[in-house]
Design a protein around this ligand. Structure first.
Ligand SMILES: [Zn+2]
Length: 231
């Protein structure tokens, strides 16, 4: 269980941290208002992942009305576009389960593939887990010669796929915990641990169709495109 205390006096339990598969929840409005985008509300427990860390935001509803989650400057996850509500109001929340599972699959596969790249000595510089455009970026320095031709890139792609398949064949749990400094750390059994605020599958066995699509060096980065689905 995790709470946000960034907004003075307001506690918001981030339920999505603890359970990727919590698709519906009864909650209470802990803060609300209106701004240029219309009505907004922060609810607790909160099941909505806001955009961040390369992962897109969830889609979902608040009392049946479509809302867009985002992280406010004071650290709360706020839902915009729903009904005007008063703090203390009981509400029903729901997220798009299939989209959540897809995001979690892409995100978790990104952790594994990133680890495999770093195991080759590559230095990670960024990542995007958006469906249809998921990719990891690495520093290209020192790699250009070995990735200069399509044949070389295909060879490395095939090696990454083989290593990925081996990790997935072993399987393993995915768990989260808060470290001593208050950072959320995600641990994939047999792979690695790293700080992350995204959503992940419960076990590697939940992943399907994890494919390294392409490697290319472009605009100062080695870009590794990949795909993943939830079973
Ligand atoms: Zn993550």
């Amino acid at each position: 269980m995790s709470t946000s205390t960034a907004a003075p006096g307001i506690q918001q339990e981030q339920a999505y941290y603890g359970d990727t598969y919590l698709f519906e929840a009864a909650a209470t409005v802990v803060a609300a208002g209106t701004d240029g985008d219309g009505a907004w509300a922060a609810v607790s427990p909160n099941i909505f992942h806001p955009k961040g860390g390369g992962q897109p935001s969830d889609e979902g509803t608040l009392n049946g009305a479509p809302v867009v989650p985002s992280r406010s400057d004071n650290g709360l996850v706020v839902l915009t576009g729903g009904p005007e509500l008063e703090p203390g109001t009981a509400v029903d929340c729901a997220i798009n389960a299939e989209l959540r599972k897809r995001h979690a699959a892409l995100h978790t596969a990104g952790h594994v593939l990133g680890h495999l790249g770093e195991s080759r000595g590559w230095i990670s510089t960024g990542h995007s887990h958006y469906p249809g455009q998921a990719r990891l970026d690495f520093l290209p320095e020192g790699l250009e010669a070995g990735l200069a031709t399509p044949e070389q890139r295909e060879q490395v792609r095939a090696e990454l796929q083989e290593a990925l398949d081996a990790v997935l064949a072993r399987g393993g749990s995915v768990s989260t915990a808060m470290d001593g400094a208050g950072h959320r750390v995600v641990t994939i059994e047999g792979v690695n641990s790293e700080p992350c605020g995204g959503t992940h599958v419960a076990r590697l066995e939940d992943l399907a169709g994890v494919t390294v699509l392409e490697l290319k060096i472009k605009r100062g980065a080695l870009k590794v495109r990949y795909e993943a689905e939830h079973v």
